[in-house]
Design a protein around this ligand. Structure first.
Ligand code: SF4
Length: 470
């Protein structure tokens, strides 16, 4: 058995950043090369701290879904996964045995050499007949002063493409550092210019900042009076959303696994946890806010408050992804970064087979089955607040200054709306959903949502009594 884990940044505020990772997970799942493909996030469920627990096998490859190396890929992700590695990741990745699993952590997909071909593909889409005679290529990066690594990948790709001789000129330009993108009319001489943004996704930068800085009016813009004569600019889509990125991810995973690796064994605790849930589900199970029932081997999930509603009055979903998408927002339309907050929307039912039920539960309540089962077996480790606080770096380091009273006040407010019970704060959880208590779910460690709220409190930005759990 082999598991592939894709790690995204995620967001406490909106669901867009997770969507790109979902899409690649689906593309790779369709290829059937891995027994499971799951997603994990820094700021959403399943969190980096939980995601390894949700894997079914003991052979796990973790790929950071980032466009360049930097703070997240070198510091935050390895730290949160507990890899015991900090700093640059070598080309073959970092391998560790963690909790009985072999975990391989790779470079981010953006630095893989195959991304050079993705740049060319994007250029070809924007200008199918580009030529070495009259076409310049601009590889456009974000660039930043905080992380010297992020420009390296841009320069490297520009150099490789320059050497390939496919373009008359190749330039590396940046939004946030020199040479800036706005200087292009002075540095680019060719009559036709293709601009390929080396960005992970379509967003504010690709839709607004770049067109503004370059004076573009659409996919093709004609400049009649530039210093080097008339020029036409062809604006390509960002590299990160190209389908071929799925192949790059698979290359990275294969390179990290090494030729001689044997397939891993199934994880026994994981298998036991899910066997128990399935057995309960067959008899009818309340888990968190949902009710799972079974008739003739077909499972139905719905919000427990929709119990007894006629099926035709509810939206019927038939795939785990349908469940994921129907429950990404609460009824007020707010993004749900923490899935165990009691804000699951009503009005839907999912009809699923056993394999799909497992995936749907994973989307609804990631890591909840594994952690609750571990709790019932007395093997779930708790991380007290001071340890979580000490681990924080960057802008979150200031949570170390929070007093116990401040942490408790914020937790009362935030966690008060959460199904989980704070074992990390010394609370007890004698009964779980396995024993018929639907909301009996442990919280072994403060989530990043709470950490962010404590940071707001320490910064004096959190209004008294203001509840953030919509
Ligand atoms: S820290 Fe609080 S809000 Fe976050 S998962 Fe735990 S109980 Fe829920």
């Amino acid at each position: 058995m082999r598991s592939l884990v894709l790690i995204g940044h995620g967001s406490h505020l909106n669901g867009e950043s997770a969507s790109a990772v979902y899409r690649y997970a689906e593309l790779i799942r369709e290829r059937g090369l891995y027994d499971e493909v799951i997603e994990g996030y820094w700021k959403e469920d399943p969190s980096l701290r939980q995601v390894l627990k949700t894997t079914a096998s003991t052979d796990v490859t973790v790929i950071p879904m980032f466009i360049s190396e930097g703070y997240f890929t070198e510091t935050v992700i390895p730290r949160e996964l507990g890899l015991g590695h900090q700093g640059p990741v070598p080309p073959g990745g970092v391998a560790r045995v963690l909790g009985g699993r072999t975990v391989r952590y790779t470079l981010p997909y953006g630095v893989h050499p195959a991304m050079t071909d993705v740049i060319v593909e994007r250029a070809r889409e924007a200008l199918p007949d580009f030529s070495a005679a009259d076409t310049a290529l601009i590889v456009l990066g974000h660039g930043t002063t905080r992380n010297e690594n992020s420009n390296r990948v841009i320069y490297h790709n520009a150099q490789t493409l320059r050497e390939s001789g496919q373009f008359a000129e190749v330039h590396a330009l940046f939004l946030d550092e020199d040479p800036k993108v706005g200087t292009w009319p002075e540095v680019v001489r060719a009559a036709r210019v293709v601009v390929v943004p080396f960005f992970a996704s379509e967003g504010w930068h690709t839709l607004e900042t770049i067109p503004e800085d370059m004076d573009l009016s659409g996919p093709v813009t004609v400049f009649a009076e530039n210093p080097h004569g008339p020029q036409t600019v062809y604006y390509a889509k960002p590299v990160g959303t190209h389908r071929a990125v799925a192949d790059v991810i698979l290359h990275l995973a294969e390179e990290a696994s090494g030729a001689s690796t044997e397939d891993g064994d199934p994880d026994h605790a994981h298998t036991a946890a899910w066997a128990t849930v399935m057995e309960r589900a067959r008899q009818g199970l309340r888990l968190g806010e949902v009710l799972i029932t079974c008739q003739s081997g077909v499972f139905e999930i719905r919000h427990a408050l929709d119990e007894g509603m006629p099926g035709h009055e509810l939206q019927t979903l038939v795939t785990p992804e349908g469940v994921r998408d129907a429950t990404r927002r609460d009824e007020g339309g707010h993004h749900r970064p923490v899935h165990t907050l009691r804000n699951l929307p009503r009005g839907w039912r999912a009809v699923l087979n056993e394999a799909d039920l497992k995936r749907a539960i994973h989307y609804l309540y990631p890591a909840v089955v594994e952690e609750t089962y571990a709790h019932t077996c007395h093997v779930l480790r708790h991380t007290p607040w001071p340890t979580t606080a000490r681990r924080q770096t960057g802008i979150y380091a200031k949570v170390q200054k929070a007093t116990p009273a401040q942490v408790e006040a914020v937790a009362e407010d935030v966690c008060g709306g959460c199904l989980r019970t704070r074992l990390w704060a010394g609370r007890k959880l004698p009964h779980t959903f396995f024993d018929g208590v639907p909301g009996g779910i442990p919280c072994a460690e403060a989530c990043t949502f709470l950490v962010a709220e404590v940071r707001e409190e320490v910064s004096g930005k959190r209004g008294g009594g203001h509840t953030h759990n919509h």
